[in-house]
Design a protein around this ligand. Structure first.
Ligand code: NAI
Length: 344
């Protein structure tokens, strides 16, 4: 029986994976800690290792996995910026869940926008205290405003379709524009400076790569409209958090909705409510009334978790039963340009 070591597991992971594993019959061991160099020794005797977004699979951890005889690394997420892929080249194949529910993430991006715009969190806190005043709760119509969507893959397109339903004008940027989708959904591709200049709301949906790291920085923020709303459900390091704080302090940024944060691995998904937060940048961000931080929960719907569990266990079955890797991430290159990727 295939033995799988799961890292960074929470009760909801167990619930969904155990249910779907009734059909797969894998021998699953759930470990609560992240996969790190320190915990990597736990993988001895396991055939496969399953990790999530904030597990850290750096070169040394990869070396330990290989040395301990792990045959497959299965990511139960889409993004893979936390894995040193070249360190696994020719040693351990890596699979992921490329798509589970783009709607889950797109709808959460919308939730961030609407909560910031219409101040529903503040309003709910007030009415619970029997305070029924409206001072400070004024929002703006989404209808007629311009959204700038950076990255028009599955999630970006799902969000565009929602925002078009609001009657918004949508500008978009992508390394590989999908002109057919643009015509169907009614949005326009343009360049980043035009998005920065014209968008009332900017939402990030591209992966974290060397090119996209800190794409939102003091220079791009300087180009933006005064009072712009920035939404990041992509990856934390797309945004330079210090520059974001400066943008908020100068009122250039009017609202920020962050589901991801560049140093989230040390705090997201855990309860620090009785402790002092050591991260001064995160602490400062949390003080702004016009910043909304959620703890990487955009993916967190029943439908998405069920789909993640199904695809992850199917990825593992296909590899061990049929030596097939339909959702493999290429470890031989970092831009999906090598012969192996081109074959896909
Ligand atoms: P996708 O692969 O369908 O689309 C990504 C798009 O970004 C592609 O069209 C690609 O051409 C484009 N792109 C790549 N580099 C770019 C760049 N430098 N500038 C502009 N566009 C660029 O991916 P999907 O499923 O839409 O997910 C997007 C990202 O959302 C993921 O990479 C991941 O980081 C993040 N994500 C966040 C989740 C959360 O819970 N907060 C859950 C799932 C994904």
């Amino acid at each position: 029986m295939v033995k799988i070591a799961f890292f960074d597991t929470k009760p909801y992971d167990r619930e969904f994976f155990d249910k779907i594993n009734e059909r797969y019959h894998f021998d699953i061991h759930y470990f609560a800690p992240h996969l790190t160099q320190e915990t990597a020794a736990l993988v001895a005797g396991f055939d496969a290792v399953c990790i999530f977004v904030n597990d850290k699979c750096d070169a040394e951890t990869c070396r330990i996995l290989y040395e301990k005889g792990v045959k497959l690394l299965a990511l139960r997420c889409a993004g893979y910026n936390n894995v040193d892929l070249p360190a696994l080249y020719g040693k351990i194949p890596v699979v992921r869940v490329p798509a589970y529910s783009p709607h889950a993430v797109a709808e959460h991006a919308l939730a961030l926008m609407m909560t910031l715009n219409r101040k529903t969190a503040k309003a709910a806190a007030r009415t619970k205290e029997a305070n029924f005043t409206l001072n400070g709760l004024m929002g703006f119509d989404m209808h007629g405003k311009t959204a700038g969507i950076i990255g028009t893959g599955r999630i970006g397109k799902a969000l565009i379709s929602i925002l078009r339903g609001f009657g918004m004008r949508v500008l978009a940027q992508d390394l590989y524009p999908d002109t057919k989708a643009a015509a169907e959904l009614g949005y326009t591709y343009t360049d980043l400076p035009t998005i920065y200049r014209e968008a009332d709301i900017i939402s990030l949906h591209c992966p974290l790569t060397p090119e996209s790291t800190y794409m939102i920085n003091k220079d791009s923020i300087a180009m933006m409209k005064d009072g712009v709303m920035l939404i990041n459900t992509g990856r934390g390091k797309l945004v330079n958090s210090k520059d974001l704080i400066d943008g908020l302090k100068s009122h250039k940024i009017g609202y920020a909705g962050l589901d991801v944060y560049e140093e989230e691995a040390s705090c997201f998904f855990e309860d620090f409510s009785d402790e002092i937060i050591a991260d001064d940048i995160l602490s400062r961000l949390l003080t702004f009334p016009n910043v909304l931080v959620t703890s990487h929960q955009a993916f967190f719907t029943k439908e998405a978790i069920a789909a993640i569990a199904e695809t992850t266990l199917e990825n593992i079955r296909l590899f061990f039963e049929k030596n097939e890797l339909p959702n493999e991430i290429c470890t031989g290159c970092d831009k999906n340009t090598c012969a192996k990727c081109a074959k896909k």
